[in-house]
Design a protein around this ligand. Structure first.
Ligand code: CA
Length: 429
């Protein structure tokens, strides 16, 4: 049975009419946090409701939202997140009440109401958090198996350590960008099969990875670790993440220390952080784990979430996007709690705003593969788009979009979209 609370009950409706449509991604049950600005306003924190943004900075200044003074009139969410779980819960409950259909406190206050609701169409979304550290895991068994078969061999696709621990690597935080930011095709070293030495040039195998990520809300001190059973309490919320990948650079550089330039040029995230409270009703069982994990990775209960995911590609100038991957977050083998427990078991500290990628979330079927590398067998079998064009990998001008949502009865808790368009590489001198 789903766990509903006073903010997630399916029957809740808002006086913001657009939030009540069955296909709206931001119903009153969602209330994700983001940072936005308009032509007339500095960056500030808002909550998405229907096709509007509720301006929490103005709401707090008007005395209708109780929280630490000034925490929403800032260009990042880190200071609010650092206040901790009680503050997150309090603000969520206050915002839910203020937006509820029968509540007049804001609805009936025309002077404030007209100032605090900003059409999303009039706002620019910014990176919601300052990201002190970015880690990417590799926790989909299907993806790890497929990539292992393509980069090594099918017999040894899944290495023995994969089933014992959540494999991950420390990524690059400085190049985490918000959805909508263009992505420059990287230059780098490429080793062609018929040549002894690498060439230097533009990536020819540019790819996406369909992922989610969680954002650390409650940090741990250096030397301490986060027990698996407590780890979910340390998570503020989730976003969509596109781990842009240069497969030709990756194939040459990744042995022995893993990806470097193949991944560091850009990582896109969606602008709205969907909180753990909002996805709680969609909790479900994760895949069975065999062998049984070592004691520090054991957890009881259900730790996956039923979040549908899609990836689309649209060539420059095309009218229509092609959806080439339909997957689900619940396929992830290692849970977010296990990832965080493993990350800190050595005593590694985390910080508020740390971003932890899930790894590509491929499912068991061909249409659920979350990277072109897998879908086209490393480019050998290009896919045909709805425009008739073929794609082995991403071309300049292509627009890539990730989407995600948890489907409720008559409403959906959406993540919005994570979009990036590819710019041509800088000329090689
Ligand atoms: Ca990845």
């Amino acid at each position: 049975m789903a766990n509903f609370d006073s903010t997630t009950a399916p029957a809740l409706k808002s006086w913001v009419d657009s939030a009540n449509a069955a296909d709206c991604e931001f119903p009153i049950q969602n209330l994700p946090y983001g940072v936005f600005r308009t032509a007339n306003s500095a960056p500030r924190v808002g909550v998405a409701i229907g096709d509007q943004i509720l301006d929490l900075a103005v709401l707090a200044e008007a005395g209708l939202l109780k929280c630490e003074a000034g925490v929403f009139a800032r260009p990042r969410l880190n200071d609010f997140i650092a206040l901790g779980r009680d503050a997150w819960r309090s603000v969520r409950e206050q915002v839910s009440a203020l937006l509820s259909r029968d509540n007049q406190a804001l609805q009936g206050n025309a002077a404030v109401r007209d100032k605090v609701l900003v059409p999303q169409a009039d706002a620019a979304m910014l990176l919601p958090v300052e990201v002190p550290g970015y880690t990417d895991f590799y926790s989909s068994k299907e993806h790890a198996t497929n990539v292992g078969a393509l980069f090594r061999d099918a017999k040894n696709a899944l290495l023995p350590n994969w089933s014992e621990l959540p494999i991950g690597y420390n990524g690059r935080a400085s190049s985490v960008i918000v959805s909508g930011t263009p992505v420059r095709r990287p230059n780098g070293q490429i080793k062609l099969p018929d040549q002894e030495r690498p060439i230097f040039g533009a990536c020819r195998k540019l790819d996406i990875e369909l992922e989610t990520a969680f954002i650390v809300g409650v940090p741990n001190a250096l030397g301490d670790s986060i027990p698996c059973e407590e780890a979910e309490q340390h998570i503020f919320g989730m976003v969509l993440l596109n781990d842009w990948s240069a497969r030709d650079l990756q194939a040459w550089e990744y042995v022995p220390l893993g990806p470097f330039n193949a991944k560091t040029f850009a990582t896109s995230i969606s602008p709205w952080i969907v909180t753990m409270d909002a996805i709680e009703p969609f909790r479900t069982a994760q895949p069975a784990q065999s062998p049984e994990p070592l004691s520090y990775l054991r957890q009881s209960g259900e730790h996956a979430f039923d979040i549908q995911l899609e990836a689309q590609i649209k060539p420059q100038g095309a009218q229509k996007a092609t959806t080439f991957a339909r997957s689900n977050f619940k396929y992830m083998y290692w849970s977010m709690a296990q990832q965080l427990a493993h990350h800190t078991v050595s005593g590694c500290n985390t910080r508020v705003g740390d971003l932890m990628g899930s790894g590509t979330l491929s499912g068991p079927t061909r249409d659920s593969l979350g990277a072109l590398l897998e879908l086209t067998y490393n480019g050998r079998e290009p896919i045909t788009l709805e425009t008739g064009e073929k794609r082995a990998f991403i071309e300049d001008g292509d627009e890539l979009t990730l989407r995600g949502w948890a489907q409720g009865a008559g409403y959906r808790v959406g993540f919005g979209s994570c979009v990036g368009t590819i710019l041509p590489a800088h000329p090689v001198k």
